[in-house]
Design a protein around this ligand. Structure first.
Ligand SMILES: [Zn+2]
Length: 323
């Protein structure tokens, strides 16, 4: 029953379709004055196709101006983007000098580190000390300096950032090491102020009688000479060979007019046979300050300075302390 209805409907539809296809339109061309009237028969399907094509064309025709506006808009956008890119390109090229500067800082730091090791070694030499560990130069190598990658313009910034971060760390290390060395040198310099290092006379550089056993010019027997004798003119200023406190400023037996200075660290110096003293006991004197004037007082055969260096109360050869 159901199939019969469906079949019936199908045949009916086919018939309607056939009818429609067969249907058509007649196009009459009528001249306005004389001539034959022409009549064209246009099938329904052709008519329909022309109509549809006309519709499609009209659609695109209407759309076209809008598309053109869109394309123009995109074009201007592309232009502005290109100008931004070229601007950024210029900006990135401005990084080049900074990148070069980081390389210069790298080489300067290496120089500073080499200098540091040199000064460190010199310090140990001066202080007569041996290093517990091998001194080596800390070499500064920038982490990455390659600009050959494809995104090199962007990596430039990253490289610059990395370099700056690395250099900041290295600079702080080198600075603190140099600072530390400078402090030690300053301390040593201060200690040197209290160590006899100069001649007691500014110009005279001859020694008429050295340190050690000698036949005494007055007693005529072998007596240990506890210092050195430096001949000079009467009244020549005698200077302190290191900073310290005056402990003797007056006549002391064979020394005649004597000045003694305590420099701390176990050091004392003595200046004998003076004609006059220029300091008093308890006075603080600087290295090079005049403490007396040379003369011929005490057991002496001529104008000279008798100079003594004592370490923990024991007279030592003053020559190594006279530079
Ligand atoms: Zn002497």
């Amino acid at each position: 029953m159901r199939e019969a209805i469906t079949g019936n409907l199908l045949t009916k539809t086919k018939k309607v379709f056939a009818k429609t296809v067969k249907r058509g339109y007649a196009l009459m061309v009528i001249p306005n004055s004389q001539g034959t009237i022409r009549c064209f028969s246009i099938p329904y399907l052709v008519f329909l196709s022309v109509f549809v094509l006309f519709g499609i064309n009209t659609y695109f025709l209407c759309r076209y101006p809008f598309r053109i506006t869109e394309i123009m808009k995109l074009e201007s956008e592309i232009n502005s983007l290109q100008s931004i890119i070229s601007k950024q390109d210029k900006e990135l090229r401005r990084l080049d000098p900074y990148l070069r500067a980081t390389q210069e800082i790298e080489s300067d730091l290496n120089k500073a580190n080499k200098f540091l090791v040199k000064m460190e070694k010199q310090y140990l030499e001066v202080r007569n000390r041996k290093s517990t560990e091998e001194l080596s130069v800390r070499l500064v190598n920038l982490p990455q300096y390659k600009l050959s990658s494809t995104d090199r313009e962007y990596s430039k910034l990253a490289v610059l950032n990395d370099n700056l971060e690395y250099l900041a760390e290295e600079i702080s290390y080198t600075t603190s090491s140099l600072q530390d060395l400078l402090t030690r040198y300053k301390d040593y310099d201060r200690q040197l102020d209290f160590t006899p290092t100069i001649w007691p006379l500014a110009r005279e550089r001859s020694i008429s009688s050295g340190f050690g056993y000698r036949r005494h010019p007055i007693y005529k027997r072998l007596i240990k000479h506890q210092g050195v004798d430096i001949p000079c003119r009467q009244g020549t200023p005698v200077r302190a060979t290191a900073e310290g406190k005056v402990t003797i400023a007056g006549v002391r037996g064979g020394y005649g007019l004597l000045v003694e200075i305590d420099h701390g660290y176990g050091y004392r110096t003595r200046y004998g046979h003076n004609s006059r003293v220029a300091v008093r006991v308890g006075q603080w004197v600087k290295k090079g300050q005049t403490v007396a004037y040379a003369g011929n007082t005490g057991t002496s055969t001529g104008v000279h300075v008798h100079y003594e260096v004592r370490v923990n109360g024991v007279p030592v050869n003053p020559v190594p302390y006279m530079k």
